[in-house]
Design a protein around this ligand. Structure first.
Ligand SMILES: Nc1ncnc2c1ncn2[C@@H]1O[C@H](COP(=O)(O)OP(=O)(O)OP(=O)(O)O)[C@@H](O)[C@H]1O
Ligand SMILES: [Mg+2]
Length: 455
C-alpha cells in the first residue's frame, strides 16, 4: 500500500494544528485540517480518509461527534483521538464512538509516525485479505479507490452475520451489485436472493408482492400467491428503492422483521421466516424520516449497517479499471476490436461529472466502442457534454487567497458555499429564487445546502 495517506486532522489550537500539518505533509501525507466539528463534518461529507487525528474539546462540540459520524458513514479507516485530558469520560465517549485509541497531549511526531507506520503495516495485511475476498465473492465489482475498498471492507466484515445492511448512493453507483455481494459472501449464498423494487410496483400492489395473498383475499386475487418475503426464506430479501415504500407497507414490514413471521393477506396463519434483509435507496432516508414519509423505527431497524457508495466523481480512481473492463466487454460483445483507451481519453473521463455514475460510464463507453470499431479510444471518441473542465468565469478575487493546501475540490467546495450563501442572502432566503440566480434547479440547490449546512 502507498505510504502516502489521506489524513484528517481536527484540532482547534491553530498553532498545534499547523505543527502537525507540517510534520505530516513533510512525511508525504495529504492532510485536510479542520478547526471545529462543523468543518470536520464538511470534509467527511466529501471524501474518505485513511487516518483521522481528532482533538476532543472543540468549539462547537467534541471529538466523539466527529468520530461517530466518520465511522457511521465509513469515511475513516482508523480514527484516533488526541486530547488535552484523557479522563475516563473522554476515553469512554470516543472509544464508544469508534476511536481505535486515545492519546494525551503532548503527542510528538515520533508517536504520530509510529501510529502511521502501524496503520500502513496493518493495511498491507488487510489489503491482501480484502483482495482475496473480492476475487472470491465480488469479482464483478471493479475499482480500486480507497472509498470503494472501504465499502467492500465493511461488507466483508458483516457478510457472515444476519445484520441488516442499508446501502445508500446516487443512481448507478452499484447498489444492486453490492447487495448481491452481501448475499454471495454470506452463508445464505446457496439459498434464494429475492429482489423487490419498491419504486417499480404500484403502491396498491406492494403489500401483495411482499406478503403474498390467499385466494380471494381481494378483488383480482384469483389464485393464492406466495409473497417475496416467503420466497426469500433462508436467503436474502433485497428491498430496492426502499424510500418509495408506502407508509402502510412500512408498518407491516416492520412487524414482520420484529416478529420473524409473515402471514399472507387474507389469512391469519403466521409462518416463521428466516431472512436477511438488504435495503437500498438513492434518497436521503433521514430526511424522509424528518418529513414524516419514512418511519423512524423502520429506518433504525434497516440501518444497522449503513453503507454509502459515493458518486463516481468522488472516486475517480475507480475510472481506469471500470473503463478498461467496459471497453473489453463492449468490444467482445459487439464484434469490435477496440483494445483500450489512450491517456487523454482517461483524462477526459476523470474530468467528467458523471451524474449517472457507473451506469453512465458504461453506456458512454459502449457507444464509443460501437462507433470506433478498432484501435484505442481517444478523448475525441468520447463525447462528454458536461465536462467539469468548463468552469465559468468566476472572479478570482472572491476566492480566499491560495494557502499551502492546494486541494482543488476543497477550494471549489468553499467557493460553492460562498456563492450559495450570497444567493440566499440576496433573495432573503428564497431557495427558488436563489437557485435561479445560481443557474441550478431547486432540488440541486436544496441538496447542496443540506450538504454544506448539515455540517
Ligand atoms: N464497481 C463496479 N464495477 C463494475 N460494474 C459496476 C460497478 N458498480 C456498478 N456497476 C454497473 O453499473 C450499473 C449500475 O449499477 P447498479 O444497478 O448496481 O446501480 P444502482 O446503484 O442500483 O442504481 P439505481 O439507483 O439506478 O438502481 C450496473 O450495470 C452495474 O453492473
Ligand atoms: Mg438499483
Amino acid at each position: 500500500m502507498a505510504a502516502h495517506l489521506a489524513i484528517l486532522l481536527v484540532e482547534d489550537d491553530v498553532a498545534l494544528r499547523r505543527t502537525y500539518e507540517r510534520a505530516l505533509q513533510r512525511a508525504g501525507h495529504e492532510v485536510c485540517s479542520a478547526g471545529d466539528v462543523a468543518e470536520a463534518l464538511q470534509w467527511l461529507d466529501h471524501r474518505t480518509f485513511d487516518l483521522a487525528f481528532v482533538d476532543y474539546d472543540l468549539p462547537d462540540g467534541n471529538g466523539a461527534d466527529v468520530v461517530e459520524y466518520a465511522v457511521r458513514h465509513c469515511r475513516v479507516s482508523a480514527p484516533y483521538c488526541i486530547t488535552g485530558t484523557a479522563d475516563t469520560q473522554t476515553v469512554v465517549a470516543v472509544t464508544r464512538a469508534g476511536c481505535l485509541d486515545v492519546f494525551e497531549k503532548p503527542v510528538g511526531h515520533r508517536r504520530l509516525n509510529a501510529l502511521i507506520q502501524q496503520f500502513i503495516d496493518g493495511a498491507e495485511d488487510g489489503g491482501a485479505d480484502l483482495d482475496a475476498w473480492r476475487e472470491r465473492y465480488a469479482p464483478n465489482i471493479l475499482g480500486d479507490s480507497p472509498a470503494l475498498r472501504n465499502v467492500l471492507d465493511v461488507v466483508r466484515n458483516v457478510a457472515d452475520s444476519d445484520a441488516t445492511v442499508l446501502i445508500t448512493g446516487e443512481s448507478g453507483t452499484g447498489k444492486e451489485l453490492l447487495a448481491r455481494a452481501v448475499h454471495d459472501a454470506s452463508p445464505r449464498r446457496d439459498r434464494p436472493f429475492v429482489a423487490l423494487n419498491c419504486a417499480a410496483i404500484p403502491e396498491s400492489l406492494i403489500e401483495a408482492e411482499l406478503f403474498g395473498h390467499t385466494r380471494g383475499a381481494f378483488t383480482g386475487a384469483v389464485t393464492a400467491r406466495e409473497g417475496r418475503i416467503a420466497s426469500a426464506d433462508g436467503g436474502t430479501l433485497f428491498l430496492d428503492e426502499i424510500g418509495d415504500m408506502p407508509l402502510a407497507a412500512q408498518a407491516k414490514l416492520l412487524r414482520v422483521l420484529q416478529e420473524g413471521t409473515v402471514a399472507p393477506i387474507g389469512s391469519n396463519d403466521h409462518v416463521r421466516i428466516d431472512i436477511r434483509v438488504v435495503a437500498a435507496t438513492n434518497k436521503d432516508l433521514e430526511q424522509l424520516v424528518e418529513e414524516g414519509k419514512f418511519r423512524a423505527d423502520l429506518y433504525y431497524r434497516l440501518a444497522v449497517i449503513p453503507v454509502h457508495l459515493p458518486p463516481l466523481r468522488e472516486r475517480i480512481d475507480d475510472i481506469p479499471a471500470l473503463a478498461e473492463a467496459f471497453v473489453a466487454r463492449a468490444s467482445a460483445r459487439n464484434g469490435r476490436n477496440v483494445t483500450g483507451l489512450t491517456a487523454d481519453a482517461l483524462d477526459a473521463l476523470r474530468r467528467h461529472r458523471w451524474p449517472g455514475n457507473i451506469r453512465e460510464l458504461m453506456h458512454t463507453i459502449e457507444r464509443a466502442v460501437l462507433l470506433r470499431r478498432s484501435g484505442k479510444l481517444t478523448a475525441r471518441d468520447i463525447p462528454l457534454k458536461f465536462a467539469r473542465g468548463t468552469v465559468p468565469n468566476i472572479p478570482v478575487q472572491s476566492a480566499a487567497p491560495i494557502g499551502d493546501n492546494l486541494d482543488l475540490r476543497a477550494a471549489i467546495d468553499a467557493l460553492e458555499r460562498r456563492y450559495i450563501e450570497e444567493a440566499l442572502q440576496r433573495t432573503g432566503g428564497n431557495r427558488t429564487e436563489a437557485a435561479s440566480l445560481l443557474g441550478l434547479n431547486r432540488t440541486t440547490l436544496v441538496e447542496k445546502i443540506r450538504k454544506h449546512m448539515s455540517a
